[in-house]
Design a protein around this ligand. Sequence first.
Ligand code: AMP
Ligand code: GLY
Length: 418
Amino acid sequence: MIGAGAREHALVLALSGDPAVTALACAPGNAGTAVLAEQSSVDVTDPVAVAELAGAWSADLVVIGPEVPLVAGAADAVRAAGIACFGPSAGAAQIEGSKAFAKDVMTAAGVSTARSELVDNPGRLDAALGHFEPPWVVKDDRLAAGKGVVVTGDREVARAHALTLLDGGHPVLLESYLDGPEVSLFFLVDSGRTVLPLLPAQDFKRVGDADVGPNTGGMGAYAPLPWAPESLAADVAARIGQPVVDELARRGIPFSGLLYAGLALTTTGPQVIEFNCRFGDPETQVLLALLRTPLAGLLSATATGALARQPPLRWDPGAAVVVVIAAEGYPGTPRTGDVITGAAGKGVLHAGTRRRDDGAIVSAGGRVLSVVGTGVDLAAAREQAYQRVEQVHLLGGHYRSDIGLRATRREDGLSGGG
Ligand code: AMP
Ligand code: GLY
């Protein structure tokens, strides 16, 4: 396993529960994965280092969690070393690595998405802003850990964000605003052909309760969606997942691994907000809490082109909720080095954590812990998740208290994301 977040802790935990797994290693990992897997440091931006480490560990399968190593070509390097890898090539990872590329693929595949305009020159910005109506959506074209997007009704705020990005040498994408509840739907994709949807989930991007404050990497999630139509996953697989996967294959860059569709369910149907080339964080924490199909076999089948022979996925019939505990300052500059207590509790997954020399677990990043609860329904899962959150102590730590709340009332058509 390559990565160091709560997503990777959840993946390592699920892999450790698959009887087919005889050994597990994780790099660079965190204080949570260290309990379950052999650990090593690695520069995840260096594909050769990742492939060498996989070789040194005699890995049968490498699972790459984050987008940064994928976009850098880690999966290509691992496969070139003769080792099976779960994750797309650098070429296919451009579906996340460049929003302009993703738009081009969607247009060619006939997939619904927001109208957009790429601006790479400040002199063209004002004219381009004039081609859109409020609220304005201004995005960094490149990877920005979920923090490159500003959605605002204030044209000056939109303009200022775009100029900051352009000053930093980043092209800017302006988009029309997509109105409707947000859904994250993940597809396992096998060497550019078979597309297998997981359960739809909902992610909470804004830092504060009631979707107030700046965007983050994700502050919580729940699954399944009690208000969504039963046919949603199959419908989006047919109308969005498969056409995009087919278009990438047609371009000679077949996708393999996990394709993440971030959707807005608009009045005219599902539209794509973004694609990611990897498991979402924190949605993965709830999906894996519900998945009963052994994970290693499933990821291995995906990586080796055997998904078409995979029996239907089995899921727990209940619900899961994850609440992210973030460090003081996040999503700005987080304070680190604070002692965490209660982090060994049930359902607590580590992200930005580190074990100090004296054995104490301390914060070491913005999103510090993911706390997962499950139950027979969403209300029960919420209750367990928040009870577990109460057991954790981190000075200055903050979390949202409304993850999945509106969905417990089945308030169809209301966005819990955004
Ligand atoms: P992204 O990084 O593209 O997923 O954007 C982060 C968040 O910004 C999304 O989850 C949405 O809440 C919001 N957002 C991005 N693009 C749009 C859009 N075109 N319309 C409405 N909201 C958007
Ligand atoms: N949950 C949002 C992401 O993984 O990008």
